[in-house]
Design a protein around this ligand. Sequence first.
Ligand code: 2P0
Length: 317
Amino acid sequence: MTTARAHTNIALIKYWGKKDPDLMLPYTSSLSMTLADYYTETSVHFDASLDADQFYLDGRQTPAAKVSAFLDLVRQQAGRQEFATVTSANHVPTTAGLASSASAYAALALAASTAAGMELSATELSRLARRGSGSASRSIAGGFVIWHRGHDDATSYAEPVATQPTIPIRMVVVLVNGGQKAVSSRAGMQNTVATSPFYSSFVTSNEAAIAPMQTALANNDFTMIGELAEASSYQMHATMLAAKPALSYFEPKTITALQHVQQLRQAGIPAYATMDAGPNVKILTLAPFVDRIVSTLRQDFKTVTVTQPGPAATLID
Ligand code: 2P0
C-alpha cells in the first residue's frame, strides 16, 4: 500500500475553461498558492484478486467511476492490469469552504503512480494530476505555483514559480456557505466558454496577468500581488455572469464580505479578495494584519480561518 498527501490550492490568477476537455488543456495559464492546512491523504493498493476498483472516501464506500477512469490512465502508463483499492481522507473541512478536487487528484496521482511501480518526475506527476482535475496539476507543487497552459499533454503542467516571495503572505478564508454548489466548476466553465461574450477578453487579460504576477511575487510587491489576484477573480466572475444562462456563485453575504475587504483597504489594511466557484471569500493579506482582518470579519461570519503557503505533495509511507 502506498500513501500520499497533497495540499489544496487557491488560484491567484484563475483557470476557467478548457480548450481540450479530454486532455484537460486550459485556455489560460494560472498561478496559485498551495495551502498549508488543508490536504487529502490517499492510499492505493493494486490487487490481482479484485474484479473492480474499490473506493473508500472518508471511511465510506463510494462509487468509483471517476477514480477508476483516472486509474485507467495510470494502468495504461504503467502497463498494469490489476484493479486497486483506493482509500482517501479529506482534511479539507467543508466548513472551510474550500474545494478538495485539487488535493484529491494530486494525492491520487502520486499514490497510484507510485503503487503501480512508476517513479514520475514532478512534471510528469503534474501532467497526470491534471487529467483528474485541472487545478490538481498545481497541487503537486508547494508554495506559489504556475500551471503553464501549454499546447499538448507534454507542455501543460505546473511547477513552482522561479522566485518565491519571502514576505509572510496569509489567506483568511471566510465561510459564507459550506454546502454543495449548484453548478459544478466543470459544467460552469464549459458553459462560460460556450456562451459568454466576454470569454475571449477574460483569456486575454488573465493571460496578460501571469508575467506581472511572477514579477510581483519575486519582488515581494504585496500591493501588486493583491491587485492582480483580485482583478483576476472579479474578471472570472464577470465573465460567468455574462454567460447564458448567467452563472453567479455570489450570495448576499458574499457581498458583505467583499465590502469588508474594501473598507479594510480604505483603512490602510492590505487585504484583497479572491473567490472560486462558490460563494466563499478568501482574503489575501500579510501576517501582521491577520488579527485585524479576522476580528472584523467575525462581526458578520461565524467561521473565519487562516492559512499560509503549504508544501508540495509527498509520499507519507
Ligand atoms: C482555479 N477553479 O483556478 C479555478 C478558479 C475554480 C475557480 O480550478 O473541471 O475542479 O476538474 O478541471 O479544477 C475549479 O475547477 O475543474 C477551479 P476541472 P477544477 O482554481
